[in-house]
Design a protein around this ligand. Structure first.
Ligand code: GRG
Length: 274
């Protein structure tokens, strides 16, 4: 199949990340087996966003930058392992294969997620040791978006609060889905030394892109989606209108940057994926 420039770039980035993650953890026991299982597939969107942000800002992408980007993927993978557990979303399949608790068991899935999260920080600490203080700030940014005022807040809102109106749902999308995208671009922006104002534009892009990504998922999975989602509040045309408003905001946010083509194309690519 012929790939266009954008798809080539996406695939090259994904290969960079995939190559590093193959059997990343030395196979010592069932725990490391489960960790390797949990990280072996995925679109790698968060590390790709991190790397492409550095590229857009003309910051060199070396081995350390690629390794740092993996920490965001470890957090993403741990969140999926825990989200799939019976006490959360109770899913048997993820990425076309058995979920970690089905392939192994629930105790292993809890420990697998815990270990990926811990290792994400260990990996960042290892990398920032000999670096500029900006890298430490980048690690802080990632911790903030992943934590109780970020992705985990999104999960608690999702499972323990009433979703009465569309704004409640958008808030969950912001926290649960967009916050790790925001972590990826903002941490890269910090490392590249971006001004506060430009950082905000970058983060806004990731926020609106994340919301689009989730709305598209809702529309696409409308028939099989049992969770509360945007189609509970709006008809299909209204959903597309809302989607388009967020898409416009994302484009507006990224337009101040030179070399932003990847980010513009990513928006539409993510929202036409099957
Ligand atoms: C911390 C106990 C605990 C749970 C965290 C926040 C959370 C639970 C889980 C998030 C799970 C989830 C379904 C979030 C929505 C974001 C989303 C669309 C995830 C799928 O992301 P993709 O499509 O996945 O990038 P791949 O498989 O490509 O990596």
């Amino acid at each position: 199949m012929m790939m266009n420039n954008f798809e080539n770039r996406l695939s090259n980035n994904k290969n960079l990340v995939d190559k590093k993650l193959v059997n990343f953890f030395e196979n010592r026991d069932i725990l490391t087996d489960s960790m390797n299982y949990a990280i072996r597939k995925g679109k790698r969107l968060r590390p790709i966003l991190f790397l492409e942000t550095l590229r857009m800002l003309d910051f060199p992408i070396d081995e350390d930058a690629i390794s740092f980007s993996l920490s965001i993927e470890f957090i993403h993978c741990y969140s999926l392992v825990h989200d799939d557990l019976p006490e959360m979303d109770n899913d048997d399949y993820r990425r076309g294969d058995l979920t970690v608790h089905k392939k192994f068991d629930q105790a292993i899935a809890v420990l697998c997620g815990d270990s990926l999260l811990n290792f994400s920080y260990e990996n960042m600490f290892n990398l920032v040791k000999n670096k500029d203080v900006k890298w430490i700030e980048a690690a802080r940014v990632i911790s903030k978006y992943a934590g109780y005022c970020g992705m985990i807040e999104g999960q608690i809102l999702d499972i323990k609060t009433e979703i009465n109106e569309l704004d409640d749902l958008i808030k969950i999308y912001e926290k649960k889905t967009a916050n790790l995208f925001m972590a990826a671009v903002e941490s890269a922006g910090v490392i590249a030394g971006l001004s506060k104002e430009k950082l905000n534009r970058l983060t806004d892009y990731a926020l609106y892109m994340g919301i689009c990504f989730q709305i598209y998922d809702d529309i696409k999975d409308h028939d099989e989606n049992e969770d509360v989602n945007i189609t509970n509040f709006k008809n299909k045309n209204q959903c597309f209108e809302i989607y388009n408003n967020f898409r416009t905001k994302a484009l507006e946010s990224i337009k101040i940057f030179d070399n932003n083509t990847f980010f513009i194309e990513l928006l539409d690519y993510l929202c036409t994926r099957i």
